[in-house]
Design a protein around this ligand. Sequence first.
Ligand code: NAP
Length: 238
Amino acid sequence: MNVLVTGASRGIGKAIALKFASLKHNVVVVYNKSDYREIDEFRNYLENKYNITCLVVKCDVSLENEVINLFNEIKIKLGYLDCIVNNAGICKDEEIDSKTADSFMEVIKVNLLGTFLICKYGIKLMNKGSIINISSNNAFGGFIESVDYDASKAGVIALTHDFAKFLAPNIRVNCICPGWINTDMNKDIFSEFKKQEEEKILLKKFGEVEDIADTVYFLATNKYINNAVVKVDGGYEN
Ligand code: NAP
């Protein structure tokens, strides 16, 4: 398979790219602000260790012209895609009162518009296969400081259902809602808060990036799961 993963420079996206590469699939690693040298090292590692092709492309998923350029480059270098994983995302925890229209829209643009743009232009390179969107447990609400993030992730679920209908019966579209996963995104949370949140998880611990990567791979290779929203959260109860 040729698999595109957005936000593959770090955290969950990097683990997803590694999972596919380790199982001999070609990967397109999309990053934005990370240091190119680090991503290039990752590309080298994947290509040499797994004997696959890894294409590295810098693209801000919230900018339409960059997304168009991304797929033009993939068309020339790989030709087609079998799987797209919309994983790039940002979150800004702030009091609702201090959120500005601009910062609210920045989150919507990366998480929701970015997912839409990647789907819109990416499907031109797909005849079959699947799209996997990474939403969040926050899509179901309850985290007041990230109201913009929560709304964007609820939008990603709606967008999943609409694209599943639009692309049927050739391309499956599914969505994963991770719970708390140990990545940079929540490296700064207070330990007391982390303990409180762990108590709400039936498994009593945050997940690891591989838990999400394994689920993405499962959804990409399964043939009959479509239009599904899969929670991977250890059994979180708010
Ligand atoms: P992370 O460690 O903060 O990494 C975020 C990734 O998104 C980076 O690769 C970053 O690339 C990329 N990115 C950010 N803005 C971008 C843009 N405008 N265009 C392209 N790429 C962009 O996050 P993570 O924890 O791995 O999260 C990955 C996904 O899982 C996100 O969608 C997140 O909402 C979701 N999620 C995470 C958790 C969790 O607990 N960690 C829980 C639920 C859902 P650069 O560094 O190159 O800019």
